[in-house]
Design a protein around this ligand. Structure first.
Ligand code: ARG
Length: 267
């Protein structure tokens, strides 16, 4: 657990002791023995097949990978669905110990957060309606396009066309796709596995996916940590182990139906 959270719990513990001394009982204090310390891992569970909700349950590739990694590291944890932007705020405030959410490792983010070594290769992709005239990212110029706010999809569009009104930003990717279905935008830009999965699972929506290897760069996902948090080293070791010992390939095959290119992750 990080220092700030330890301090917080310490304060709760102290006030609980004080209340008990005063003869009143604390409502729901966290004054346990502390023996089974649980890490809190945050996510935005609206990004299938990486993380999404099945009823109350968070499911997906990231969820199973995290499970394997934490088992390997021998760490107790709880995965919480807190949303995309709130996750980054929670990391900055040390309210979570880590995050897993198909998060691309990039230099900008590295200034404020730490990352594990890469666990998944990804690239942005366009989702549009059948019959669209869009053939490449360049064709998005002057068209309304939706993205999830604060993602590399937004960044890629802004890099090509500058920040402008046609880039419609949504709190999560489900809403970004909804905007396409409603006809509010002509395309969505998001991670390839996510848009492909959506198009495949919703044939009635008549959607197509468009790649553009020139304008969309290859990206790698990592588990994210608060800068100088306490657990990245052991978790990172476990990430590498799980990739090496074949557990990763097993989970990958289950979700993507093919062998992963593990070599691409070793850079
Ligand atoms: N890989 C992209 C990024 O890091 C999009 C990730 C969005 N993840 C999510 N769970 N909504 O910016």
């Amino acid at each position: 657990m990080n220092l700030k959270r330890k301090l917080k719990l310490g304060i709760i513990g102290l006030s609980a002791a004080f209340l008990v001394a005063c003869g009143s009982t604390p409502a729901d204090s966290g004054s346990g023995s502390g023996s089974e310390e649980k890490l809190i891992v945050g996510t935005d569970a609206a990004y299938a097949p990486f993380e999404s909700l099945d009823g109350e349950k968070i499911v997906g590739f990231d969820v199973e990978l995290l499970n394997a990694v934490m088992k390997e590291a021998g760490l107790e944890y709880e995965l919480k669905n807190i949303g995309w932007e709130p996750l980054f705020i929670a990391l900055q405030n040390n309210e979570v110990d880590a995050g897993i959410s198909a998060i691309t490792i990039n230099d900008e983010r590295k200034k404020s957060y730490d990352f594990s070594s890469p666990y998944f290769e990804s690239v942005n992709m366009i989702l549009a309606k059948e019959g669209t005239s869009i053939k490449s990212a360049k064709d998005l110029e002057g068209k309304k396009v939706s993205v999830q706010n604060g993602t590399t999809g937004q960044e890629a569009l802004e890099k090509m066309f500058g920040a402008n009104e046609n880039i419609k930003k949504y709190e999560n990717n489900v809403l970004a796709i909804q905007a396409l279905l409603n006809g509010e935008v002509e395309a969505v830009v998001a991670d390839n596995a996510v848009v492909q999965e959506y198009a495949k699972n919703n044939p009635d929506k008549k959607l197509v996916t468009i790649t553009d290897k020139e304008n969309f760069e290859s990206e790698f996902y990592g588990i994210i940590f608060p800068k100088d948090g306490e657990h990245q080293e052991e978790i990172n070791k476990a990430v590498k182990k799980v990739i090496e010992d074949g557990k990763y390939a097993e989970i990958y095959k289950k979700w993507f139906g093919e062998e992963p290119n593990v070599d691409a992750l070793k850079q």
